[in-house]
Design a binder for this molecule. Structure first.
Ligand code: A3P
Length: 293
């Protein structure tokens, strides 16, 4: 099925929930509150996981909210038509989710005290996860093959734009006290410690029992059981559950099961070129990808 993507500022967005108007409104008119908490990611980097973590932290570790209210209502996608309305009606402090690149992000944020959590992930695992997601999500073009999807991903010709530009844009704000950078790999490696650091950043210190509750309720297995976040409540017109599972594997390094040697070498080459000059190191650079500084 052919999908007509929305085009906004040179980036394509899936139709349905997005419109040029909703994106333009998000960028230019969205009113940011000083106690807002933004959950920002490139697709397939752990967005829904972070929503669960942040919701539980705000609830002091009590899972009732996570288990009784849909994630899209707990942390609305404010740059979409429906999400905007939900966001307007949310009591403070609000959790807000988006995949927006920095150049389209609400301008009002940059003069506010609102906080932002940016979660990144090994781009090789992102592209694999994205490939499967586009097969089941009906507002995305069905990819012809993994090879073709990989090519589009590396050239930035996928919905939500280039992974490289997204990461590089947001990384420019590293060091700001109201922005917290974390990776999917750090969450996987040490969820307890990561939750503790997030609590500290949010100024919401939880005791050990509450942190343990956050960790237990955000395990892949707990989330797979929770209808409020496992995507099974989404309408069939949007998500075809017969074509895959949203909470698919939840591991690091699944790319090794999908990339050929040639694809891996090509990916490394493009990564080196595009990441040249980017400061800092990322967890996935310890497992293959090396940037030339
Ligand atoms: P996989 O497709 O590799 O399994 P997003 O929410 O940004 O769309 O990201 C979805 C990816 O995050 C999926 O990756 C999903 O399985 C993974 N994920 C979500 N919750 C997780 C959890 N609790 N633990 C590990 N991975 C999780």
């Amino acid at each position: 099925m052919s999908v007509q993507y929305i085009q906004y500022k040179g980036i394509k967005f899936p139709p349905g929930y997005n419109s040029v108007h909703s994106l333009c409104f998000a960028e230019n008119k969205f009113e940011v509150r000083d106690d807002d908490i933004f959950n920002v990611t490139y697709p397939k980097s752990g967005t829904v996981w972070m929503t669960e973590i942040l919701s539980l932290i705000l609830s002091g570790g009590d899972p009732t909210w996570n288990q009784s209210v849909l994630n899209s209502l707990r942390s609305p996608w404010f740059s979409t038509r429906l999400g905007l309305e939900t966001a307007h009606n949310c009591p403070s402090p609000r959790l807000l989710t988006c995949h927006l690149p920095i150049q389209i992000f609400p301008k009002a944020f940059f003069n506010s005290k609102a906080k932002l959590v940016y979660t990144s992930r090994d781009p090789r695992d992102v592209v694999v996860s994205y490939y499967y997601f586009t097969k089941m999500c009906r507002t995305y073009e069905d990819p012809r093959s993994f090879d073709q999807f990989l090519e589009s991903f590396l050239s930035g010709d996928v919905p939500h734009g280039s992974w490289f530009d997204h990461l590089k844009g947001w990384m420019e704000l590293e060091g700001r006290s109201n922005i917290f950078f974390i990776s999917y790999e750090e969450l996987k490696q040490n969820l307890q410690g990561s939750v503790g650091r997030l609590c500290h950043f949010l100024g919401k210190e939880l005791d050990d029992a509450a942190i343990t509750s956050v960790v237990e309720n955000t395990s892949l297995e707990a989330m797979q059981r929770n209808k409020m976040c496992n995507s099974t409540m989404l309408p069939k017109e949007l998500m075809d559950q017969e074509k895959g599972t949203f909470l698919r594997k939840g591991v690091c390094g699944d790319w090794k099961n999908h990339f050929t040697v040639a694809q891996s070498e090509y990916f490394d080459k493009v990564y080196q070129e595009k990441m040249q000059g980017v400061k800092g190191t990322f967890p996935w650079e310890q497992t293959g990808l090396v940037k030339r500084v």
